[in-house]
Design a binder for this molecule. Structure first.
Ligand SMILES: NC(=O)c1ccc[n+]([C@@H]2O[C@H](COP(=O)([O-])OP(=O)(O)OC[C@H]3O[C@@H](n4cnc5c(N)ncnc54)[C@H](OP(=O)(O)O)[C@@H]3O)[C@@H](O)[C@H]2O)c1
Length: 321
């Protein structure tokens, strides 16, 4: 099969469009003919091997040679113990833990696969899993946003931010979106009430405070967020620097305890059961996906560069056919 492969960390130039053996499903796996893959910041991070957490399982060389985690496609065959899906069924999944989506075929454990609902396109299905799960868990499960609360989403113009802004608005929050200057109008179009260009204003120094800060781009010392939280407010780190991550883990639980403030990591749970509420919201027309650009499989390096250099407003999709 055709695939986009890499064997060392680096810029998009290390990726090669080449022929590789079509994978054979293990007993618990399903072989999926990939039709669409959506890009996530995690692809860019694991391509570069930066931040350091992206090298888990591959400190010197990439553990997986094919990137791409949010896939949608059609079941081709299944391993001996994989009985949930039949050939010909349309499925989608986030396969972040083993990757392999930038290829014509991918093997996926059946436990993480979900059936595509009728009426959903491959592009729509590929856009949803990782970004949608981050948003849902960040705003609802862990963020526990209530109507009337003030929510700040740092990195709101990217893939997860796109869904997070919509969910927070749906739940009745007043939303501030922070991102680069190219994405201000986009964040407003999603429903953000206020927008901040991170190059011009530091939201931790403007005197405003929030009930929830969902941080998709956490690069500040953990203590910096305390003053931007209202009493009882919570800060959730999703991605960013390792220094911030370690501080959130080590001293986060101590910061602001007396005022009921919480500074925590959002470790996103993946899997079929976490996709169901997203699909319901999507089918009810309550959340929408904005696809900024589409690329072909052989154009994955350009697609990743576009995302990694910060131009993508919403999702970037690779069509494999
Ligand atoms: N915790 C978990 O379990 C988990 C699981 C999966 C993924 N993740 C992480 O989730 C994060 C977000 O993913 P995503 O796919 O939504 O990313 P994305 O589409 O790239 O969006 C991130 C946004 O943040 C912006 N940004 C960058 N630096 C910023 C700054 N200093 N201040 C404000 N905004 C800034 C980016 O714009 P520019 O860079 O263009 O300026 C981009 O618009 C990634 O770091 C990923 O590793 C975490």
């Amino acid at each position: 099969m055709k695939a986009v492969v890499y064997t060392r960390y680096g810029p998009p130039d290390v990726l090669r469009w080449t022929d590789v053996e079509t994978p054979v499903p293990k007993d618990n796996e399903v072989l999926v003919k990939v039709h669409a893959v959506s890009l996530n910041a995690s692809d860019w991070e694991v391509l570069w091997g930066k931040p350091l957490y992206s090298r888990i399982g591959g400190p010197f060389r990439p553990r997986h040679h094919i990137l791409g985690s949010d896939i949608a496609g059609r079941v081709q065959s299944a391993g001996r113990r994989a009985t949930l899906f039949r050939p010909g069924e349309d499925v989608f999944a986030d396969i972040l833990s083993h990757m392999g989506g930038f290829a014509e075929y991918a093997c996926v454990p059946e436990s993480v696969l979900a059936r595509m609902p009728a009426g959903m396109t491959y592009e729509e299905a590929a856009a949803l899993p990782q970004a949608g799960a981050i948003a849902l868990q960040g705003i609802r499960d862990k963020g526990q946003v209530q109507a009337g609360q003030k929510v700040l989403i740092n990195g709101a113009g990217g893939g997860s931010g796109m869904y997070a802004v919509q969910l927070a608005k749906l739940d009745g929050a007043e939303v501030t979106g922070v991102d680069n200057s190219e994405k201000l109008a986009f964040m407003r179009s999603l429903g953000a009430d206020q927008v901040i260009d991170y190059a011009r204003e530091d939201f931790t120094k403007n005197g405003r405070a929030y009930d929830l800060i969902l941080d998709l781009a956490g690069y500040r010392p953990a203590l910096a967020y305390k003053g931007s939280l209202r009493p009882g407010g919570r800060y959730l780190y999703v991605g960013g620097s390792v220094a911030t991550l370690l501080q959130v883990l080590l001293i986060g639980p101590l910061i602001g305890r007396s005022e009921g403030k919480k500074i925590r990591l959002l470790a996103v749970r993946l899997g079929t059961q976490h996709l169901a509420p997203l699909v319901e919201l999507y089918q009810a027309g309550k959340i929408t996906t904005v696809i900024d650009r589409r690329y072909r499989l052989r154009e994955v390096p350009e697609a990743l560069r576009y995302l990694g250099e910060g131009h993508a407003k919403g999702k970037v999709i690779v069509n494999v056919d």
